[in-house]
Write a protein that binds this ligand. Structure first.
Ligand SMILES: Cc1cc2nc3c(=O)[nH]c(=O)nc-3n(C[C@H](O)[C@H](O)[C@H](O)COP(=O)(O)OP(=O)(O)OC[C@H]3O[C@@H](n4cnc5c(N)ncnc54)[C@H](O)[C@@H]3O)c2cc1C
Length: 362
């Protein structure tokens, strides 16, 4: 019997499996499809900064805590697997065609995160390819990015090196329960017993939570992405405008993201979705009109029916911990979530207060 059974092999489940295995636990990870192929693979992989000393809200604390771990995780993953996850501090440019950025910028200032206003006519000194038609622009120097598929590959390899057992193509369909505890996960390939369980099933978590007595549901929210290819990088910083953004890779590729669509478990690209992304991209960087469209994809973000992700023990199954509902920030928040869940599993005091994230709160 495993010490810990993790259900879900996205960035959250994989990171938890690695972290708890590093602490000496015997871990089995159960995945319905292939590890690291859902939202975590589909995401853009950019990470707004944080500052733990001044993070007022629980969400900002989790973001800041995770932010503080990324460089170290990257170094350890490289040391153990030889895989470079592409993590680098590239900086960000927050822009607007109207004067609507005041509230967003104030939040960064309240957190004491470095943010610098750039006069619209000076933006082209920083990023010459960006349109001159902007009304407002700010630089976030400590925004970072990583290559999701490479990161997932690295965490998977590190898990394997730490002895994590993988059961892929193995959906968990129900829980075997007794006296307020889970005894085993029931799967299409038999039962998987464990001492403790972690539910990290992303957008598919609702069914597993409901049968374990949790009042919160998780809705899938589709995000579409278009990937462009250029012979050389046109700009260096991630450019953000509201919920949409351009992420430049060092090899000249540019990710354009993303839509937010409540269409159930439908993962496809639509004409309207991709058109909207391409128009957005060329309105900010006109030269992108000449770029090659390499491919498009979409992923299903896990969106909870409340503001915060769920991280905590399930009230009706005390040996089960849930870690899901990270919506638009699950890659960024995966190292922090993994450390916090491991602290819960081992009975340590958690690095930040997890009460606001408790699954019992609706
Ligand atoms: C287009 C897009 C852009 C994004 N950009 C960013 C970004 O720039 N930065 C950022 O931090 N985040 C970003 N995100 C959000 C981020 O990708 C998600 O928050 C994160 O991937 C969630 O991770 P997860 O492990 O919870 O879910 P997933 O990666 O979806 O993993 C859940 C896994 O659980 C498995 N599973 C489900 N049910 C079962 C079951 N019953 N039995 C066994 N296995 C099961 C699934 O098959 C899946 O592999 C983006 C998302 C999208 C879609």
């Amino acid at each position: 019997m495993s010490d810990v059974v993790v259900v879900g092999g996205g960035s959250i489940g994989l990171s938890i499996a690695w972290e708890i295995a590093r602490r000496g636990a015997d871990v089995t990870l159960v995945e319905q499809g292939r590890v690291g192929r859902e939202a975590s693979w589909a995401g853009a992989g950019f990470f707004p900064p944080g500052n733990l000393s001044n993070a007022a809200s629980p969400h900002a604390q989790l973001r800041a805590f995770s932010h503080s771990l990324w460089a170290d995780w990257t170094a350890r993953l490289f040391e153990q697997t030889g895989i470079d996850n592409g993590y680098r501090v590239c900086g960000g440019l927050i822009v607007s065609f109207d004067a609507s950025l005041a509230d967003e910028i104030q939040q960064w200032r309240d957190e004491d995160v470095s943010v610098e206003r750039v006069a619209p006519d000076a933006v082209r000194n920083l990023e010459p390819a960006v349109t001159a038609d902007l009304c407002d622009a700010y630089v976030l120097p400590t925004l970072a990015q990583a290559r999701n598929p490479r990161h997932l590959k690295a965490v998977r390899a590190a898990c394997a090196a730490a002895g994590v057992k993988f059961l892929e193509g193995c959906p968990v369909t129900a829980w075997e329960r007794s006296d307020g505890a889970i005894l085993a996960a029931q799967t299409g390939h038999g039962r998987v017993p464990g001492k403790q369980f972690v539910i990290a099933a992303g957008a598919w978590s609702s069914m597993l939570l409901a049968v374990a007595g949790c009042p919160v549901t998780i809705e899938p929210v589709r995000g579409q992405i278009a990937l462009l290819q250029l012979p050389r990088p046109l700009f260096r910083r991630v450019i953000e405008m509201g919920p949409r953004y351009l992420v430049p890779r060092p090899d000249g590729r540019v990710l354009i993201g993303s839509t937010e669509e409540r269409v159930g478990f439908v993962k496809q690209n639509t004409v309207a979705g991709v058109n909207g992304l391409l128009e957005f991209a060329t309105s900010l960087v006109p030269e992108l009109a000449e770029a090659e469209v390499e491919r498009c994809w979409s992923g299903l973000r896990p969106c909870p029916t409340r503001e915060l992700p769920l991280i905590g023990r399930l009230p009706e199954a005390q040996n089960a911990v849930v870690a899901t509902g990270h919506f638009r920030s699950g890659l960024q928040m995966s190292p922090g979530t993994a450390v916090l869940v491991s602290e819960l599993l081992t009975g340590e005091k958690t690095s930040i207060d997890l009460l606001p994230f408790a699954p019992a709160r609706s």
